[in-house]
Design a binder for this molecule. Structure first.
Ligand SMILES: [Fe+2]
Length: 455
């Protein structure tokens, strides 16, 4: 993380004597990145953090990618996935490359151990479920639609509560760096002088929930810590509770950010994906597409233009809402659009979107600068008919072409007998000039305006 924070007890200076109540010294640990010139925190343990034993290898974690020479659009429906494993072992990698791995997890059981990912940062998007992220930096409670950013090396345990009768069982998406880079808000959101979030950023420090108490667990015994390193998970034994930190300070720690706290940037015309960016790692970005007012130019096309993102593969996880620019997309769907071919709205959806003033869709996107490869688990969920879903006629009533009823379209407005209609005004299109509040209320209550996709 970019900014300095602190929790618990600290001595007044770094690297000086700091004693426990029994007179023994606390054990200082400098938790640093990038050769100690990147974000760093300093922690004070009750016990020496080096006091570990055992290095039993449990299982491998290197994803096995398939169809690496196939470039095509894909649509996965994750709803049928069955719950299994715990919040670590239950992660099913679906797409990835040498920079990032994307997995979906529906845990069936809890963790009776702590975990440390010593290979990369993790960014979890909690779709369903609530609970507690217990970490060596303190406690982060979480709920639906929270991002949890857990930096490399953090010892943690992810605990979900039992869902209520009307609640979905836990489900989350995990983006994990495979190239050793760190996941953070885009640098362009931050002041070069102070690292403070700038005014144009769609979120700021107040939106980030840093760890809080309880922080310290002073217990002796045998505690398993599973450490992911070298594409394997190793089991280590600590002779004390691994969350034994009494205080820390620095700029390296886990935090939560709820996607509803992302303030979307809307405009007169369509805004491109970078305005939705939330995090980035080396060679990939994570974006949040949130409910928002749609473009308010009187002739605006609210759905995105066809686009070729020439340097990126694009994966979208659909969280909520109606996906009018995509047919067949449902909650929990994942689409992959590779670099190499353009993508855009499905046939007929552009005309249907005209006049819409609000979108209620919610999706998380990961764009990568190198091709993403599927795993066999992804192929099991893949709809091979998806690429063909763009083949039908996009504009059954197209501009300048006379139809059987004698009508045609000009400037997006239907006319009769070739006589041009007056250019539509905001009022004629349902009061677009009053979009901000009126449209929101209409859409949210299920009346009136249509919702459109934002891809
Ligand atoms: Fe796109």
């Amino acid at each position: 993380m970019a900014y300095y924070t602190t929790l618990g007890q600290l001595p007044p200076k770094r690297h000086i004597v700091f004693r426990r109540p029994d007179g023994a010294l606390y054990s200082e640990e400098v938790f640093g990145t990038e050769g100690f010139v990147g974000p760093t925190s300093t922690l004070y343990h009750i016990h020496p953090p080096t006091q570990v034993s055992g290095w039993k290898t449990l299982y491998g974690t290197r994803p096995q990618y398939v169809e690496q020479d196939v470039m095509r659009m894909r649509h996965l429906k994750t709803a049928p996935m069955a719950a299994h494993g715990d919040p670590v072992t239950g992660r099913v990698v679906l797409f990835g490359n040498a920079d990032v791995e994307m997995s979906v997890c529906m845990p069936a059981e809890g963790m009776d151990y702590h975990f440390k990912n010593a290979m990369g940062d993790e960014c979890l998007f909690i779709h369903h479920g609530r609970g507690t992220l217990w970490t060596m930096f303190g406690t982060v409670t979480f709920g639906p639609k929270d991002y949890l950013v857990v930096p490399k090396g953090t010892i943690y345990r992810l605990e979900f509560e039992e869902p209520g009768e009307d609640e979905h069982p836990p489900k989350f998406v995990c983006f994990e760096t495979a190239n050793g880079s760190h996941i953070a808000p885009p640098r362009r959101y931050l002041s070069k002088e102070t690292s403070q979030f700038l005014e144009h950023a769609p979120f700021c420090e107040r939106d980030l929930r840093t760890p809080s108490l309880p922080l310290t667990f002073d217990e002796r015994g045998e505690f398993e810590v599973r450490i992911k390193a070298r594409d394997r998970v190793h089991s280590y034994v600590y002779p004390y509770h691994p969350l034994d930190v009494v205080g820390w300070d620095g700029c390296y720690y886990p935090y939560a950010f709820n996607i509803d706290d992302f303030s979307p940037i809307a405009a007169k015309h369509h805004m491109p994906p970078p305005t939705h960016q939330t995090f980035e790692g080396h060679n990939f970005v994570i974006c949040s597409f949130c409910p928002r007012v749609l473009d308010w130019h009187p002739e605006a096309i609210p759905v995105p233009y066809n686009h070729s993102n020439l340097d990126s593969d694009e994966v979208l996880y659909y969280v909520e809402g109606n996906y009018k620019a995509r047919k067949g997309i449902e909650v929990g769907s994942i689409s992959l659009h590779p670099q190499g071919i353009p993508h855009g709205p499905h046939p007929g959806t552009i005309e249907k979107s005209l006049g819409a003033t609000w979108t209620n869709e919610l999706a998380v996107m990961c764009d990568t600068f190198r091709p993403l490869f599927p795993t066999a688990a992804a192929l099991d969920l893949d709809d091979p008919a998806y690429p063909a879903s763009w083949e039908e006629e996009h504009f059954p009533v197209s501009a300048g072409r006379h139809e059987s009823d004698g009508s045609h379209r000009l400037n997006g407005a239907a006319t009769r007998n070739g006589k041009a209609a007056k250019r539509r005004t905001p009022a004629a299109r349902g009061g677009r000039s009053k979009v901000a509040t009126g449209a929101k209320k209409k859409s949210r209550s299920g009346r009136g305006s249509r919702s459109t996709s934002k891809r």
